[in-house]
Design a protein around this ligand. Structure first.
Ligand code: SAM
Length: 373
């Protein structure tokens, strides 16, 4: 977990963009919320830009790293900290600005829309500021043996034959890759521009037209974002940018490579349902009419089970783990100690798990996740 955050902190271009954006957007004396604060670096930038108070929110232990960093910066008296999922918590007061970096690799793939829509409705004062404010998604055709190999990796000779059917899964997967400009075989096209300050639908469908720049195989689509953090302050992971942030782009495979000629037109449709992490891409080659469609729905081996679980007519019954969790939580009454709960569970259900050590670990995990701090 820390390694991921070191990556965000060591990205000098990203920090410069956020510093410029907070300098522009933070009003003196403002109250801000840093949602998904991680190390707390964005909230710290806001405090240094003149915010009077920052609420830091993160659903992981990173909230403690943020607390320590703010303390070391000598700003603790202007900060408060909430551990929890942003969509599950309440803020004590509304804020003038919400800041986050939930832009992922392709704009909508890290929960940006859901996080900001909820924050705009529940946390933000009228006429408050969202940072980021707007998002533009860009796509281009990709010709890259390296990307193609990622999607076809399951058919490599070293993979045992009974696993090679997983190639279909990899072909329906959005891969994070570092694209080089030379791997783009068309000019980039804009797929959409989304104003994050406005109400957004749960489902998106975008079209774009690409022109192939040179004869050769097309292996898939490349995608990246351009994000307007604050007025005229943009941040991008574009492989074509002079100063991109340090973040991978995405590769959406076509499966088998398709040979195309320079000047040939290809029609692209991309559909997204961000709340379910679903992305579908259809590519049609105008010259031949060949049409290829993939979806991350087929890239998730368990998606059919998940779908069954979401059927409202299904009558669910607790499994073994669920019953065990219920047993632990039922004893968590604000009076018993963790040891007493553990002893009670072991006494009443000595065979809850194959070993007492595993039962103890399970009880500790359930209490750690569900008990109040
Ligand atoms: C991409 S990192 C960004 C961290 C930090 N804001 C930065 O810019 O360096 C996202 C962070 O948000 C947290 N997170 C993701 N979704 C969240 C949610 N819905 N509510 C609270 N925290 C969330 C993750 O634990 C992670 O620390």
């Amino acid at each position: 977990m820390l390694e991921e955050h070191l990556g965000y902190l060591a990205d000098a271009v990203r920090l410069r963009r956020y510093r410029a954006a907070t300098a522009r957007a933070v009003r003196l004396g403002a109250r801000i919320a840093d949602l998904g604060c991680g190390s707390g670096v964005l909230g710290l930038l806001c405090l240094r830009a003149g915010a009077a108070h920052a609420v830091f929110v993160d659903e992981t232990d990173m909230i403690e790293v943020a607390r320590e960093a703010v303390a070391r910066a000598g700003l603790l008296e202007r900060a408060s900290f909430i551990r929890g999922r942003s969509q599950h918590i309440e803020l004590p007061r509304k804020v003038d600005m919400v800041v986050c970096d939930h832009v992922g690799n392709f704009g909508l793939d890290y929960g940006l829309v859901e996080l900001l829509q909820d924050a705009r409705r529940r946390f933000l004062r009228p006429r408050g500021t969202l940072l980021p404010a707007r998002l533009r998604l860009r796509v281009a055709a990709v010709t890259s043996g390296k990307c193609h190999a990622l999607a076809e990796a399951w058919t490599a000779r070293r993979v045992p034959p009974e696993f090679q059917w997983l190639r279909e899964t990899a072909r329906n997967t959005k891969h994070a890759v570092g694209l080089k400009p030379a791997e783009l075989s068309s000019r980039a096209a804009t797929l959409c521009t989304i104003d994050l300050r406005r109400e957004q639908p749960a489902f998106f469908s975008w079209n774009a037209e690409l022109r192939i720049a040179r004869d050769g195989p097309v292996h898939g689509l490349g995608g990246w974002f351009e994000c307007e953090l604050a007025e005229r302050v943009w941040m991008t992971n574009s492989p074509l940018a002079r100063r991109p942030i340090h973040r991978a782009q995405v590769f959406l495979p076509l499966g088998a490579a398709v040979r195309a000629k320079a000047g040939e037109r290809i029609e692209v449709n991309i559909m997204a349902r961000p709340a379910d992490s679903l992305l579908a891409w259809t590519v049609e080659f105008a010259a031949t009419g060949q049409r290829i469609r993939h979806s991350t729905f087929h890239g998730m081996p368990l998606s059919r089970n998940n779908l069954a679980a979401a059927d409202p007519a299904r009558i669910p019954a607790l499994g073994r783990e669920g019953r065990a969790r219920l047993r632990v939580l039922a004893r968590c009454d604000g009076k018993r100690s963790a040891r007493e709960i553990e002893q009670a569970v072991l006494r009443e259900r000595p065979a809850l798990f194959p070993t007492a050590a595993e039962t103890r670990r399970f009880v500790a995990r359930v209490l750690g996740r569900n008990a109040q701090e």
